[in-house]
Design a binder for this molecule. Structure first.
Ligand SMILES: NC(=O)C1=CN([C@@H]2O[C@H](COP(=O)(O)OP(=O)(O)OC[C@H]3O[C@@H](n4cnc5c(N)ncnc54)[C@H](OP(=O)(O)O)[C@@H]3O)[C@@H](O)[C@H]2O)C=CC1
Ligand SMILES: O=C(O)[C@@H]1CCC=N1
Length: 258
């Protein structure tokens, strides 16, 4: 199965990095297309086919992925529409805020398509990815979901939930990074060197995630196990809440989803 990635910036590039680690995908099965060739060189070096011609990339692929900024999706459609084979190919559109109706308006003779929103941890096969099938058969859907499941966890959903999913997971990884940065800076103020502080925070987060996964606990149940009455943790937590921690996170998520 040949997979074309049109646009290999932050998200497209991370996805190709993930694809290169999927056992069933050979580097020679991947075609990358991007105007700046410096971005495709690293994939060419490991055996992928690289081009600046979107038409060539789309013509050669069974699965055509488009990962350009949302306002450039129509331009890419205009470039590739003549070479698409609606009965043979699948289209994967990785661009925030693009609706199924918009795609059908821009590309009336479209192959079955998928709106797919991963996050940049796809490069480490640790993405939380949302997949919205449009006019696809169950087999086609299983194929695309299966591919993204190989690079983390893929959740089949509907278009109505895609914006919320994008916020929680794709933007969410930036929010998680900001927490890591904030806690690391706090650690430096408390006396650890920056790199040691970052490592402590990351291991603490990994432990938190694994604990919740292993026990199925609600986070607040786990918090109850840490907060000695009148102790250190509750003082810190309450101070964070006085500063608006939970409210700030929820307001941020809502602002991002608008
Ligand atoms: N970044 C993220 O975490 C996430 C991004 N997304 C979505 O992914 C899409 C891409 O975003 P992101 O990767 O961040 O953006 P980037 O700007 O990092 O990457 C976009 C890439 O598209 C290339 N490009 C521009 N025009 C064309 C064209 N006509 N044909 C082919 N390639 C082109 C650019 O190349 P050049 O630099 O040479 O112009 C660039 O490498 C967006 O629609 C975004 O909504 C979705 C989820 C998460
Ligand atoms: O910030 C953005 O618009 C893109 C979409 C999700 C993550 N990054």
């Amino acid at each position: 199965m040949k997979i074309a990635m049109i646009g290999v910036g932050a998200m497209g590039g991370a996805t190709v990095q993930g694809l290169l680690q999927v056992p069933s995908v050979c580097p020679s099965d991947i075609i990358v297309s991007n105007p700046t060739t410096a971005k495709t060189d690293r994939f060419k070096a490991v055996g992928a086919h690289a081009t600046t011609d979107n038409k060539e990339a789309a013509a050669k692929a069974d699965v055509v992925c488009i990962c350009v900024k949302p306002w450039l999706v129509e331009t890419v459609f205009d470039e590739i529409r003549d070479v698409l084979r609606p009965k043979e190919q699948l289209l994967v559109i990785m661009a925030a805020g693009i609706s199924p109706d918009q795609v059908k308006l821009w590309l009336p003779d479209t192959p079955p398509f998928f709106l797919v929103i991963p996050n940049i941890a796809i490069a480490q096969k640790q993405s939380m990815t949302f997949v919205v099938p449009v006019d696809a058969t169950p087999e086609q859907t299983a194929l695309v979901k299966g591919l993204f499941d190989e690079m983390g966890t893929a959740l089949l959903t509907d278009y109505q939930h895609l914006a919320a999913g994008t916020t929680l997971a794709s933007c969410g990884i930036a929010y998680a990074m900001r927490y890591i940065r904030a806690a690391s800076e706090g650690g430096v103020e408390l006396g650890f060197k920056a790199d040691v502080s970052k490592e402590i925070v990351m291991q603490t987060l990994e432990g938190a995630v694994q604990l919740l996964r292993a026990t199925g606990m609600h986070p607040e149940q786990a918090i109850d196990q840490v907060t000695t009455p009148g102790g250190l943790t509750i003082k810190g937590l309450n101070e964070m809440e006085h500063a608006g921690f939970t409210s700030a996170v929820i307001r941020g998520l809502k602002a991002s989803t608008k």
